[in-house]
Design a protein around this ligand. Structure first.
Ligand SMILES: [Zn+2]
Length: 319
């Protein structure tokens, strides 16, 4: 497969090749209460390619963070019914990727409103229906739809707020990190931050649609909310160390690649390809960021070389 076609669903492709190693402490398909009325459901990334979900209980309804793939949405929905009889009213797409947004039709079918930053809609308009049509997962093809269902409601420059006296939930956009549409959900009273894939807890960063240079800037703005608990798009829940570690990883990646390029190295010195796919890399990152270093590193190095050489965000390059 040519490198450019893999880009669209690189992470899914790595998964299907058995190349994604999940953290040894992964607890797929488990639901944990974070505080009263807020639950974290760790998706089965390795087995089914699912993202994590967060369920937030309001007075009369529930908010779900991320639509997941359709089968992930069904699995989350089955668990949600055990948590609360309240209806799911909002489902927030943290970004446009299939493992976070292709389940949208499952949620709208039960009456929920899918919500996202307007850039998620723009990303879908940019990349779809190409990616939807190239998707071979049965849960996606079984929907028999021509393209990805867009979020039904979007917001722009100002954060979107849901507040009902029981709880305040803020939906933020801090710019382009993992995708142009990266959304964060913040509960100010509980100091809980849901990050989507702008911050993952483990080696799960897909950089193809990203802006590697701006990624730490976005995380800095998210950090300024001063969260105590961080609920990532992939990997286990944790604290602020997820944000700081992710930020350090992106800085270290860019710094390491930039210094190699400055020393005269080229793509072929830094990344070894097999059948057009990045297989290994000579770039080494410090031990302090090893939680984020895994099978995706050769691809991340390739993307970083391309971003630096082009002088523009990787997501702006043809792919
Ligand atoms: Zn993603």
């Amino acid at each position: 497969m040519h490198v450019r076609t893999l880009c669209a669903s690189a992470f899914a492709a790595l998964l299907s090749m058995g190349l994604v190693v999940t953290r040894t402490d992964a607890q797929p398909d488990t639901v944990k209460q974070i505080v009263s009325g807020v639950w974290f459901r760790e998706g089965d990334l390795k087995g089914k390619g699912h993202c994590n979900n967060v369920v937030i209980e309001m007075k009369d309804y529930l908010i779900v963070v991320d639509a997941n793939y359709p089968s992930g949405a069904q699995a989350a929905l089955a668990d949600i019914k055990k948590l609360s009889p309240k209806p799911v009213r909002y489902v927030f797409d943290t970004h446009h990727h299939g493992d976070h947004a292709y389940g949208n039709p499952v949620w709208t079918k039960i009456g929920a409103t899918t919500l996202a930053h307007r850039n998620v809609l723009e990303e879908m308009n940019r990349y779809e229906p190409k990616r939807w049509k190239s998707e071979t997962r049965k849960d996606v093809t079984d929907l028999k739809l021509a393209t990805a269902e867009r979020p039904k409601q979007t917001f722009g420059d100002k954060p979107y707020i849901l507040e009902d006296g029981s709880r305040r939930v803020e939906f933020h956009h801090f710019g382009w990190a993992h995708t142009r549409g990266d959304g964060f959900v913040f509960l100010p009273k509980e100091r809980i931050l849901c990050t989507g894939d702008a911050a993952t807890n483990g080696p799960y960063n897909f950089t193809g649609d990203g802006n590697i240079g701006n990624w730490p800037v976005v995380l800095g703005k998210a950090s300024a909310l001063n969260p105590q608990r961080v609920l990532p798009g992939h990997g286990p829940a944790g604290g602020r160390e997820i944000l700081s570690g992710e930020m350090e990883f992106m800085q270290a990646l860019r710094r390491a690649v930039a210094s190699e390029l400055k020393a005269g190295k080229t793509m072929n010195d830094l990344v070894q390809f097999e059948k057009g796919q990045p297989k290994s890399t000579s770039v080494k990152l410090p031990d302090s960021v090893k939680n984020w270093v895994g099978s995706s590193l050769p691809g991340q190095v390739r993307d970083t070389v391309e971003e630096i050489n082009a002088g523009k965000p990787h997501g702006d390059l043809p792919h």
